[in-house]
Design a protein around this ligand. Structure first.
Ligand code: C5P
Length: 225
């Protein structure tokens, strides 16, 4: 099968729309590979925070990260993957708000997006791929057979984030989380390169009042139709 004929389902949307969990479950259901593209930006951010805080040399960071072997390993728990970078589990370190914020800042740089493009295309493998992020349907896989744009209200997304943090034993006020989500939304939507927006041929799904199972079923039905 040539690469271009390997089926791809893209799920784009803002932070907290549930696209990560949903894409992982959908990939499992379809027997496809999974790409969480935000994770690639977060890995760059983690390296920058850990190693290059003092050095503002973007190319050095990209060169260091280029050969990294990134694996999304499905876990027992539904909708969860472990992120392995050269066999090291970095899942927890990637989840912090500091890492997310740094990732969003790196993501506005065309040089960064260009460097990650090749890496993302490499995840297109048989029998298929579910790719989630901000520009999967618009830029990275414009020829995808199925494109979903997943949304939810900012308030609901903040509530979900709060629940997720509580599980990790971290407390945060809803107001603060809402402000962080809104700040990340504007950064992602207003950047000139690959802004967050629905592809012209994407199907919009609003997950505000739907459970994860309902959204997965809805998207699986669209894909298998
Ligand atoms: O999806 P996640 O929250 O892990 O993404 C972290 C950040 O990476 C996002 O806020 C966004 O700025 C950036 N990103 C992006 N393009 C993607 C995926 C993520 O710019 N396809």
């Amino acid at each position: 099968m040539s690469e271009a004929t390997i089926p791809v389902v893209t799920i784009d949307g803002p932070a907290g729309s549930g696209k990560g969990t949903i894409a992982i479950q959908l990939a499992k259901q379809l027997g496809y590979h999974y790409l969480g593209s935000g994770t690639l930006y977060r890995i760059l951010a983690l390296y920058k925070l850990q190693r290059l805080r003092e050095v503002d040399n973007l190319q050095a960071l990209l060169d260091e990260c280029e050969p990294l072997r990134i694996v999304f390993k499905p876990m027992q728990e539904e909708g969860v993957v472990q992120v392995l970078v050269d066999d090291e589990d970095v899942s927890d370190a990637l989840r912090t708000e500091e890492c997310a914020k740094e990732a969003s800042q790196l993501a506005v740089r065309p040089q960064v997006r260009e460097a990650l493009l090749k890496k993302q295309l490499g995840f297109r493998m048989t029998p298929g791929l579910v790719a989630e992020g901000r520009d999967m349907g618009t830029v990275v896989f414009p020829d995808a057979g199925h494109k979903i744009y997943l949304t939810a209200s900012a308030e609901e997304r903040a509530r979900r984030r709060q629940k997720q943090l509580r599980k990790q034993g971290i407390s945060a006020t809803l107001d603060r989380l809402l402000a962080e989500i809104r700040a990340r939304d504007s950064l992602d939507k207003e950047r000139p390169v690959s802004p967050l927006r629905p592809a012209a041929d994407a199907v919009r799904v609003d997950s505000t009042d739907l459970s994860i199972v309902q959204v997965v079923e809805h998207i699986a039905a669209l894909v298998q139709r």
